[in-house]
Design a protein around this ligand. Structure first.
Ligand code: GH3
Ligand code: MG
Ligand code: MG
Length: 406
């Protein structure tokens, strides 16, 4: 499954992330998600920076003749601006979420060093005003390029060290060097405070969003996937079965005589029984594309990808035996002395003209047949009916007229 486990999300929230790093699996998911979310913003910003960069070069030609010469011009229009353009192009390649930040760390380190170098060259020729550009670039690296905080920090620290070394090399007087370096340090401290808080807040929002999505997809009582998640999953697996021409088996399981069970043993015992049955069913959905879900009240559904009729029947028999083996006493069951389930099985190789809802109807019909035949058994439906009547689940749900509790 692609989504994060709720337990790892909770653990991460409790453990905290002061170093702005989640545990490995979450970190990768977070970065991918953030990159996707901020992609438009990043592209627009890069576009703006390219235009601003070109404009500044033109303005410099008028107001700053000292750097309107071949080498600084080449450094800017030939290296720094192209780096931004390559960054922009990289946002369009496959796996951009991995390539873009890596490239930009290197590119921005080069760019900031270039800006520092151009500024110091101008300074040595009596033009100190360019220093401000390094401060502006620092802010851009922290806030507008979509770089993780840690990467932005590394880029800026490297540029500060580079500035100090080059300034020292150009024999900048100690008082002036102290002044410029302190400005750089101050702007970095301010940006670090802001960017750190921003990323920490984003991480919190992301974790909470993931948890909310998890809660929305799981059943509160049993903790297994709910009807919404089941529908999503079946749709996805249906598409995959069509592409790969694989069988897909759908099992609908319904507890037999559960109403009398509740009446005799109480609702809490009923809840416990539901949890136990959910655990059994989940243990039969072992492969990545299999899924066991609570479909409604005491009804469960299991999708088995790439499973033919015979295997589906065998698995259904095993599931029914496993539920009986729970040994939950049920004195008022007409189907045995312990809690039992009936299973409707539908098994098809999906075709584009068929719908996954049709498969659900088939399983529903099969369950109806299993109930009709006396319960505590499984029935299979293989052919799709032209005009299928609603089956067991549907009849009950429309009769009850209420949405599922899950
Ligand atoms: P059948 O063999 O035909 O399926 O009979 P049944 O009694 O199981 O079917 P019916 O649909 O009449 O009853 C379903 C019962 O499931 C009624 C309802 O109280 C119970 N139920 C549904 N959801 C829950 C739940 O979350 N907890 C408990 N304890 N009971 C539930
Ligand atoms: Mg029932
Ligand atoms: Mg039912």
């Amino acid at each position: 499954m692609s989504e994060a486990r709720p337990s790892s999300l909770t653990e991460q929230l409790q453990r905290g992330y002061r170093a702005l790093r989640f545990e490995d699996g979450l970190e990768a998911a977070y970065r991918r998600g953030q990159f996707r979310d901020y992609l438009r913003y990043i592209r627009i910003n890069l576009g703006i920076l390219v235009v601003v960069g070109l404009t500044v070069v033109q303005i410099d030609h008028v107001v700053l003749p000292v750097i309107s010469r071949i080498v600084p011009d080449l450094a800017r229009t030939g290296i720094m601006i192209p780096l931004l353009i390559v960054g922009l192009i990289l946002t369009f390649v496959p796996r951009a979420d991995a390539w873009y930040p890596r490239f930009m760390v290197v590119a921005m380190t080069v760019a900031l060093m270039g800006i520092a170098w151009v500024g110091l060259t101008a300074w040595s020729e009596g033009e100190p005003r360019l220093f401000a550009r390094l401060m502006i670039a620092a802010v851009a690296v922290y806030f507008v390029l979509g770089l993780p905080f840690r990467s932005a920090l590394i880029v800026n620290l490297a540029s500060v060290v580079f500035y100090a070394i080059v300034a020292f090399g150009k024999a900048m007087p100690a008082a002036e060097l102290t002044h410029y370096l302190s400005m750089l340090v101050i702007i970095n401290v301010i940006c670090i405070a802001g960017a750190y808080k921003l990323e920490h807040t984003r991480r919190t929002a992301w974790l909470e969003g993931q948890m909310l999505a998890e809660v929305a997809m799981h059943d509160g009582l049993t903790g297994i996937p709910n009807r919404r998640r089941f529908d999503d999953h079946l749709q996805r697996v249906w598409g995959q079965s069509i592409r790969e021409r694989k069988h897909i088996a759908l099992l609908f399981a319904d507890i037999d005589h559960f109403k009398p069970f509740n009446d005799r043993y109480g609702h809490q015992a009923g809840d416990e029984a539901l949890k136990a049955v959910a655990t059994v069913l989940t243990s039969f959905a072992r492969r990545p594309l299999d899924l066991a879900a609570r479909y409604g009240g005491e009804e469960f559904a299991i999708v088995l990808f790439d499973t033919g009729r015979d295997d589906a029947v065998r698995i259904a028999e095993d599931i029914m035996a496993a539920v009986r083996d729970l040994g939950v006493p049920h004195a008022d069951s007409g189907a045995g002395k312990v809690l039992t389930i009936s299973i409707g099985i539908a098994c098809v190789v999906p075709a584009a003209r068929r719908s996954w809802e049709g498969l659900v109807q088939l399983a529903d019909q099969a369950l109806y047949a299993a109930k009709d035949a006396g319960r505590n058994q499984a029935r299979v439906q293989e052919a799709e009916y032209e005009h299928m009547k609603t089956g067991y689940f549907r009849r009950h749900q429309t009769e009850l007229g209420a949405p599922d509790k899950t």
